[in-house]
Ligand binder design. Structure first.
Ligand code: ZN
Length: 245
């Protein structure tokens, strides 16, 4: 459990997710009022998904949400559509128990079907055989099962078919390059004020007090209660090292 002094800081950390640690995702959920910590599932992660191969007129939030809903639930975070060029980019809440989805078919208005390859930003370790997060090929239970059957089988033909199943299905191409996030408007204002303070302090030792910028973003406590959230806290959990189907 992590407790923040302000809702602003809590939102900044949450919006900047996903966070990785030691090759795995850190799963997070905002704490709600009157809810026991043990009741949180922590079974999904907010992840940025890149959608490629879309015609330029299809680079819209509606199309991106429609395609991304195959992966998970689109997060209510306004994407910067003006920067979309090679790919659309949208954040979704994705289950950690589902295999990664490599591509999605999409039908254009003239009934032509195209393939939209997907890539995931800040993707931690994943299995190249089964596509699940949380383990790599060397620790894949499906691989162990297939290898066991190969050893048991006396039919060369059946063994060949089993060996074909061990081919890599999920490549490193699923890793989307990181896109540098611009600071939120409030954070940008805070940074600007801090810079002005630093500038004036360097010119005049009686300049403004930099602590002032810390107090500025503190939200209205009533609005937090109205949402039914204790949004100053985040429950966190490292992803289970080995997640098997
Ligand atoms: Zn696996």
């Amino acid at each position: 459990m992590v407790k923040f002094l302000s809702k602003f800081d809590c939102d900044e950390v949450f919006d900047a997710s996903p966070w990785n640690f030691n090759g795995d995702f850190i799963l997070m959920a905002k704490c709600e009022a009157n809810r026991a910590p043990s009741s949180y599932q922590l079974d999904s992660v907010g992840i940025w998904v890149q959608l490629s191969n879309l015609p330029v007129e299809y680079l819209t939030i509606e199309v991106a949400k429609s395609i991304a809903s195959t992966v998970g639930k689109p997060v209510n975070l306004e994407p910067d559509v003006k920067k979309w060029c090679k790919f659309a980019r949208i954040k979704v809440q994705m289950s950690i128990y589902q295999p990664l989805i490599k591509s999605v078919p999409y039908t254009l208005l003239k009934w032509e079907e195209i393939t939209v390859p997907l890539a995931y930003e800040r993707l931690p370790r994943f299995c190249s055989l089964c596509g699940l997060l949380g383990h790599e090929l060397e620790r894949c239970k499906i691989r162990f099962d297939i290898m066991g059957k190969i050893e048991e089988s006396k039919s060369p033909e059946f063994r060949k078919r089993l060996q074909d199943l061990l081919k890599i299905n999920y490549s490193e191409e699923l890793r989307g390059g990181s896109v540098i996030q611009s600071p939120s408007k409030e954070r940008q204002n805070s940074l600007n004020v801090e810079k002005q303070c630093a500038d004036s302090l360097s010119e005049d030792t009686e300049g403004c007090n930099t602590n002032h910028t810390i107090a500025d973003p503190v939200p209205n406590e009533n609005s937090v209660q109205d949402e039914g959230h204790n949004s100053h806290s985040i429950a966190v959990e490292k992803i289970t090292p080995a997640v098997f189907p």
